[in-house]
Design a protein around this ligand. Structure first.
Ligand SMILES: [Zn+2]
Length: 170
């Protein structure tokens, strides 16, 4: 029987997504010893394909990060964040990923994917790297290693399977 490809997250998936975002933010916050103020200063939004514009589409990736510089007039105060990050999730790629088809939970996949993007934001936000000048591949491998480190001991079912899978495929 042909399995129908699922294109978008269902309402149930979105509930799982909400949980995954909370968990990922907690894990990354704890790892880098951040406070909630750090996220206020570097605000981000999670978008699924339904909310993403054509230009924001992550292509073949499971997700990607888009960074918007706010217009000067839109800034309320001097301390307002000058940027907004959007994590665009590729519903279709995640839902039809080999691991998910193999029975790995969407939750563990989402925690993996979102944590990775949050690590990017932390590194951009703390000026450890600059989004425009950072060497892409090198930065990807740093983020990959950090994400592995963050998730290697979390009590999330199947996370080790996810980590092992992506270890060879950054
Ligand atoms: Zn990345």
């Amino acid at each position: 029987m042909l399995v129908k490809n699922q294109d978008f997250f269902s309402t149930e998936h979105l509930v799982v997504l909400d949980e995954a975002v909370k968990t990922s933010e907690e894990l990354v916050t704890e790892y880098f010893d951040l406070s909630s103020r750090n996220w206020l200063r570097h605000p981000y939004e999670i978008c699924t394909l339904r909310d993403a514009s054509e230009k924001e589409h992550p292509g073949d990736a499971l997700a990607h990060l888009v960074r918007y510089a706010k217009n000067f007039e839109d800034k309320m105060r001097g301390t307002d964040s000058p940027v907004l990050y959007k994590i665009i999730l590729n519903d279709q790629k995640i839902l039809n990923h080999f691991l998910v088809r193999d029975g790995i939970s969407i939750y563990s996949m989402l925690v993996y994917v979102i944590s990775h993007e949050l690590v990017h934001i932390v590194r951009f936000g703390s000026f450890r790297v600059h989004p425009e000048t950072a060497e892409r591949e090198l930065e990807e491998s740093h983020v990959h290693d950090l994400t592995n480190d963050i998730l290697s001991n979390v009590p999330i079912k199947e996370m080790t399977v996810v980590l092992d899978y992506f270890k060879q495929r950054p």
